[in-house]
Design a binder for this molecule. Sequence first.
Ligand code: NAG
Ligand code: CU
Length: 317
Amino acid sequence: MQLLRLLSLSSVASAAALVQPRAGGCATPEKRVEFRSLDAAAQKQYTDAVMCLATKPSGINLGLNTTLYDDFSYVHTHLNQIIHFCGQFLPWHRYFVQLYHAQLRECGYTGPMAYWDWTLDAADPAKSSIWTLLGGNGNPDKVEKTGAQEWMCVTDGPFRELRPAYREKEYAPHCLARDFFDGKERPGTMRGSAYNAQEVEFINGQKTYADFRLYLESIPHGSIHSAVGGQKGDMKPSTSPNDPLFFLHHTQIDRLWYLWQQGDAEARNKDITDDKTYPVDGTKSAVEDVLQFMGLAADIKIADVMTTQNDLLCYTY
Ligand SMILES: *[C@@H]1O[C@H](CO)[C@@H](O)[C@H](O)[C@H]1NC(C)=O
Ligand SMILES: [Cu+2]
């Protein structure tokens, strides 16, 4: 018992070490880039590293019979109720992306974390050049089922062999699936007006953290999940980290928070004033609140990720 405890504590420490805390602060921050501005070799190194995650065992603290790739979905889906529609949405996902990038590095990716700036594609998202790099829509002729869920399999691009293990809390191995959908038509507009440049400008103009977070989470963030996931894709259920696109999407969400924070850094690098729970129970988020990671890494405090240039994180956009 004591030994197990020690083992699990020391491996939490080593998972956190992957994030490379820098005791001397952050002298040379990494600059994160749009995925399409990486050169072809770096894009391939990135997608190869994603595939590599699916060849590694689950982290020792989780000890699942599935892969390191699946650990991210597992943790996200088990924490779903506490990390969405409340103050910790942005800081929790900020660190989640950082942990993922640390694992990509262990799998040979040497570049900066990358984002998908979907404002560039909002006029006709189904035709985005991102799909030629990351595989496109699911193939209607290749549908799998787990329980009542149908999956429209991605059959092109670097991730066509991926087999995510979970659907929400069920063990349900299936193909990586996408289902471009705007709520009425396939693919239709893919809800592009919810994540174009004007929408982002409107959200960036919000004065309080609570308003900024709520609009960002509900409108562009949610619309991308719905538009790519549809009814038969991975981006819709709470196991959305099943789709590698999740992390490029959430890096863009993190970038928009970063840019909003730059608009009044002194106040906004400290401000997490928002509801602490969903449904709302009247309690408010505070920077001392603990963010849980279920052993994917050691838990941290919101205060640890309120800026992107500190001992734990070290990047800008
Ligand atoms: C892995 O564990 C799940 C329960 O989470 C179980 O349903 C499944 O059969 C196990 N798979 C293997 C290959 O052992
Ligand atoms: Cu999430």
